[in-house]
Design a protein around this ligand. Sequence first.
Ligand code: HEC
Length: 105
Amino acid sequence: MLKLLFYSILLGLSVGIAHAADPFPQGDAVIGKAMVEKNCIACHASRFGGDGSEIYTREDHRVKSPPALIAQIRSCNTNLGLKWFEDEELHVASYLNKTYYKFEK
Ligand code: HEC
């Protein structure tokens, strides 16, 4: 019984730590990836070449923090008339962050 308690505390702690290192814990990166591939990459690739990912990784890229990433996604969302909901923006934020930006909080 005590052992079980010990393991559940350990598990709780590690889940807590994993979440602390992810600024978009509510986002689902797998869903976000599909959304970006469908709506965003073609235009980025036409301007930056390759698979379009250089837009996020170029030296003077604009997004420097999680709030800036959400703000950028929101303005693209609005400009393009995609009508994504807030939870959908979080999926995209989660994907772009895990793949490119790697902000930890
Ligand atoms: C019609 C073309 C176009 C489409 C479609 C588009 N973007 Fe962009 N996006 C751009 C351009 C151009 C820039 C660079 C702006 C700059 O450097 O000032 C950019 C920049 C960005 C950046 C900032 C990169 C950085 O760190 O500098 C993010 C994030 C981004 N777009 C996300 C998205 C997402 C998410 C979508 C899909 C919803 C999307 N974009 C759709 C043209 C587009």
